[in-house]
Design a binder for this molecule. Structure first.
Ligand SMILES: [Zn+2]
Length: 124
């Protein structure tokens, strides 16, 4: 019995539960991500190719409320790949004091830029 909800993963319950759709307006403006053409169709202003469809949800078991987004599968694959790269970097850092590296995302983008940079580029 689904009680009007859709079966999906609830992070709070850490398992699949029935969750009902709720209005995004219940989350307030701070919970909204990206620019929009309407309440649910949105995109990243920094990365316009990241288009998504937002829904508010409420778990019918634990009553937690959360937002889900539907994105193109290639965007999810990109996220997984970036997490893999991130894991590689943190493993290579080993016991290094990671708190001292609050700016790891910029360091990562620098590494990616260096890989694409012409051989003659002066990295100093
Ligand atoms: Zn739940």
């Amino acid at each position: 019995m689904n009680n009007g909800g859709t079966e999906m993963y609830c992070r709070n319950c850490e398992t699949t539960q029935f969750c009902k759709k709720i209005n995004l307006s219940e989350f307030g403006d701070e919970s909204y991500l990206g620019d929009c053409s309407n309440e649910q169709r949105r995109w990243s202003s920094k990365y316009p190719d990241l288009q998504f469809f937002m829904r508010g949800r409420k778990c019918l078991v634990c009553k937690s409320e959360f937002i889900t987004v539907e994105i193109h599968e290639s965007a999810l694959q990109e996220l997984v790949r970036l997490r893999e790269i991130w894991d590689d970097i943190t493993i290579r850092l080993g016991d290094f004091d990671k708190d001292a590296f609050e700016d790891l995302p910029r360091l990562l983008s620098l590494f990616q830029y260096m890989q694409k940079a012409p051989q003659s580029y002066d990295l100093r």
